[in-house]
Write a protein that binds this ligand. Structure first.
Ligand SMILES: *[C@@H]1O[C@H](CO)[C@@H](O)[C@H](O)[C@H]1NC(C)=O
Ligand SMILES: [Cu+2]
Length: 168
C-alpha cells in the first residue's frame, strides 16, 4: 500500500496534466467557465467568439495588461474562430484576465485561473474594481499560441481532457 501511494505521487505530475477549455464570449460578455482550477503543466484553450479577446491582467490594475502576461490578439486573427489561443499554465498563483474589447471588462467580462473563492482578491472583487477602470489593450499576441484544432490535438495527445465541471 505504501509503495502504491508513493508511485502514484511520483507519476501524478505527468499523468494528470489536463486540458481546460474556456469559451470567450460565446454567451455574451462572459468567460465560461468564469474561473477554474488548474495545475502547473496544464494547457488552457481559449475559444474566441466574435468579437472578443483575452488578455492577462493584474488584480491591482483591472482591465490593464500584465507586462509579462498573455494576449490572444483580436478575434480577427483567429480565422473566424478556427484558431484557438493556447497557453501553458506555468504557475500556481492566481491568473486574472479580461476581454480588452471596448467596455467589456467594465461590464464584467473577466475571469481567471486558481482565483481565491474568498478574501479580498476574488473574481467578484476584480470585476467590481473593473467597473471604474479604463481598458488598455495589448498590441500583439503574446504568451501563447494561436493553433488550429489539428495542431491542438497533436499538442494534447498525451494530456487528458479535464471536464469543465471541475470549475468552481
Ligand atoms: C507550451 O508548451 C509546449 C510543449 O512544451 C511548447 O511547445 C509551447 O511552445 C509552449 N507554449 C508557450 C506559449 O510557451
Ligand atoms: Cu469581450
Amino acid at each position: 500500500m505504501q509503495f502504491a501511494i508513493s508511485t502514484l505521487l511520483t507519476l501524478a505530475p505527468f499523468a494528470l496534466a489536463a486540458v481546460h477549455e474556456v469559451e470567450v464570449g460565446a454567451s455574451g460578455q462572459v468567460f465560461t467557465p468564469r474561473t477554474f482550477s488548474a495545475a502547473v503543466g496544464d494547457i488552457v484553450i481559449f475559444k474566441l467568439s466574435p468579437n472578443h479577446d483575452v488578455a492577462e491582467g493584474d488584480f491591482d490594475k483591472p482591465c490593464e495588461p500584465d507586462d509579462d502576461g498573455f494576449y490572444s490578439g483580436p478575434y480577427s486573427g483567429t480565422d473566424n474562430g478556427d484558431k484557438k489561443f493556447v497557453i501553458n499554465v506555468t504557475t500556481d498563483d492566481p491568473i486574472y484576465y479580461y476581454c480588452a474589447v471596448q467596455n467589456h471588462c467594465q461590464n464584467g467580462m473577466v475571469g481567471g485561473i486558481n482565483i481565491p473563492s474568498s478574501g479580498d482578491e476574488t473574481i467578484d472583487a476584480y470585476a467590481n474594481a473593473a467597473k471604474n477602470a479604463r481598458t488598455k489593450s495589448p498590441s500583439s499576441v503574446s504568451g501563447g499560441q494561436l493553433l488550429s484544432d489539428q495542431q491542438i490535438s497533436s499538442l494534447t495527445a498525451s494530456a487528458s481532457s479535464a471536464p469543465t465541471a471541475s470549475a468552481r
